[in-house]
Design a protein around this ligand. Structure first.
Ligand code: ATP
Length: 355
């Protein structure tokens, strides 16, 4: 079990509204990632669910049980913190077994369960060490072990990989996904790292200034962002966004701005004339037929297999990404083609997706 319901969750710290009316259902067994920039309220929402920061308003449920006012210990949740929060004076064995001893389980049960969890996390050889005698990755596994041993209804993880180096982060991502698959327990995972979100989540919930912008599978939020905020947050480099005016040309809608005339295909519902256009860097092709944009190459970045070109189009800047070599040089004047299906249109003030 591990079905989570969050209803109108709001958390204020004095004048700051950290979480603002968030309503979210998380199905049993999901790997839900709370994603957003620093300060968007994701840690506060997770901590509120754990019972570490009581809500100002709203309701929290776990498996149909209202836990809004339940003390943290009685919520049947296990939290893993960015700092790992290990007890420095206790061995790995005693750190992992701590929640079980706090529950007064028998010495034999504690030993058996700690042994099983340590084996599954490849910590069996390290049980007698203190946290300071471990690497960052090993500490992170001990923190996970301490959560796992409790066999909770759901796991709450707050940026658990952010203290690891890039290589270890990538391999630990894979291990976490495997662990989730093996356990089948609900994971709620906070990060500001879109790569972690895209690679691990079954669904991503994107927060902006305490509000939920969009919830969907990684493919949904990437391919059909509900707002310019989501579009500009996901992707590396993120989606190119620029203001344009929509005009009708021979029954077809075209978005125009200095240096661009982008066909939008047939979108009858588009009544706004001032819009924000969005095109992903990988959806722009240099030297393609019927170029819709005309720009000047400013800079090229070599990523090994791929290359990123930074261009100016009128007064706007944009990026394109493609297999290396793109065949471009700084100073080149170049036409860029795209497909109407790859052009996103957003409201010019609210940023909401149009069409
Ligand atoms: P980060 O990725 O930087 O950890 P976050 O998205 O997790 O950011 P929160 O830590 O949830 O953001 O903070 C949301 C907002 O609430 C921020 O403006 C923060 O300054 C504020 N805030 C958080 N905790 C407190 C507190 N105890 N007292 C006052 N303000 C707080």
């Amino acid at each position: 079990m591990g079905h989570i319901r969050i209803r109108g969750a709001t958390k204020r710290f004095g004048a700051v509204t950290a979480v603002d009316g968030v309503t979210l259902d998380i199905a049993d067994g999901e790997f839900l990632v709370l994603l957003g920039p620093s300060g968007c309220g994701k840690s506060t929402l997770l901590r509120a669910f754990a019972g570490l920061a009581p809500l100002t308003a709203g309701q929290l449920e776990l498996d149909g049980r209202d836990i809004t006012h339940t003390p943290p210990r009685e919520r049947d949740l296990a939290m893993v913190f960015q700092s790992y929060a290990l007890y420095p004076h206790l061995s790995v064995e005693r750190n992992i077994g701590f929640p079980l001893r706090a529950r007064r389980e028998s010495r034999k049960d504690v030993q058996r369960k700690v042994g099983e969890v340590a084996a599954s996390l490849e910590l069996s050889e390290l049980l007698q060490r203190r946290p300071r005698e471990l690497s960052g990755g090993q500490r992170q596994r001990v923190a996970l072990g301490r959560a796992l041993v409790r066999d909770p209804g759901a796991f709450l993880l707050d940026e658990p990989l952010s203290n690891l180096d890039a290589k270890l982060r990538a391999s630990t991502r894979y291990e976490l996904v495997e662990l989730h698959r093996r356990l089948g327990t609900t994971f709620v995972y906070v990060t500001h790292d879109q790569v972690e979100a895209m690679t691990m989540a079954t669904r991503i919930a994107i927060l902006n200034q305490g509000r939920l912008e969009q919830v969907g599978t990684p493919a949904e939020v990437y391919d059909e962002p509900a707002s310019a905020f989501v579009a500009g947050f996901l992707g590396s480099p993120p989606m190119n966004l620029f203001p344009a005016t929509v005009v009708s040309r021979g029954g077809e809608l075209v978005a125009v701005a200095p240096g661009l005339e982008v066909p939008l295909g047939h979108r009858g519902e588009l009544t706004d004339t001032e819009v924000v256009l969005g095109i992903r860097p990988e959806h722009l092709r240099p030297h393609g037929p019927r170029p819709a944009l005309h720009g000047v190459v400013q800079l090229l970045e070599n990523l090994g297999g791929e290359e990123i070109a930074h261009l100016t189009v009128g007064s706007a800047r944009l990026c394109l990404r493609g297999p290396r070599p793109l065949g471009l040089e700084p100073g080149d004047e170049v036409g860029l083609a795209t497909e109407p299906a790859h052009v996103h249109v957003f409201h010019h003030t609210t940023g909401r997706r149009l069409r």
